[in-house]
Design a protein around this ligand. Structure first.
Ligand SMILES: [Zn+2]
Ligand SMILES: [Zn+2]
Length: 228
């Protein structure tokens, strides 16, 4: 997708917590919690993309990949970052596999439209969740949601799978992307599903599970793991 198709070039938004944090600002939720401007949770950068552990983590090793600008879907990234994202996914997957022997799974609550409402997003700013292992998500989603399309991990998988509506995306352990409908899906559906499958349904919502200590510990761990 190019700038013209997006309507306006994407920039950081003054009111968005992720835009503020990922552009080096200090007035954001993570700072409110740690109260120390010397502490950052960003562990890796690639072009306009940042990698960092989440705040209400589903499991140790739960990372997010986000752009520094206000895109609403990983498929609204600028072309260089769309390519960068593929490299990042492969690099992170490779290093987690070597470190833990397990293959991560990724998911996104995404909205490729300009419409505001999306019942299934966690937060509006695009963020791809990286979870350290797969508790068997695909067969359950296949039972519970309508499949829109699937695609291998290529530069523009969204158009390949013909996705034009808000979606739930799962990147399986073979790096195949599956897009499911958000129709009737509860908010944060994929988070809640992961939490349910690991036997800890109380971790489904991120806000009650915020732990600065866990996030900082994971940031320190991944800063070493992903930069060596
Ligand atoms: Zn934003
Ligand atoms: Zn999310």
């Amino acid at each position: 997708m190019n700038d013209e198709q997006l309507g306006n070039p994407l920039t950081a938004e003054a009111e968005c917590d992720f835009c503020i944090e990922l552009n080096g600002g200090t007035d954001h939720l993570f700072q409110d919690i740690v109260k120390n401007t010397d502490i950052s949770r960003i562990v890796l950068s690639n072009g306009g993309l940042r990698v960092f552990p989440g705040l209400g983590m589903l499991a140790d090793g739960h990372l997010l990949i986000s752009p520094t600008y206000h895109a609403k879907s990983c498929f609204q990234l600028y072309p260089d970052d769309a390519i960068g994202l593929i490299h990042l996914i492969k690099e992170i997957r490779d290093k987690i596999q070597k470190n833990t022997g397990k293959t991560p799974i990724l998911f996104e609550h995404g909205n490729p439209t300009t419409c505001e409402s999306n019942c299934s997003t966690c937060i509006e700013h695009a963020h791809l969740h990286v979870l350290p292992f797969d508790p068997g998500m695909l067969p359950v989603i296949q039972q519970e949601r309508r499949l829109i399309g699937s695609s291998p991990l290529i530069s523009n998988p969204l158009s390949h799978a013909q996705v034009t509506e808000p979606y739930l995306m799962l990147v399986d352990t073979n790096l195949v992307l599956h897009f499911f409908s958000t129709d009737d899906a509860p908010r944060q559906y994929l988070r809640h599903l992961y939490a349910r499958l690991i036997g800890q349904p109380e971790l489904g919502s991120w806000v009650p599970n915020i732990s600065a200590e866990q996030t900082i510990t994971n940031a320190n761990h991944y800063r070493v793991l992903l930069n060596t």
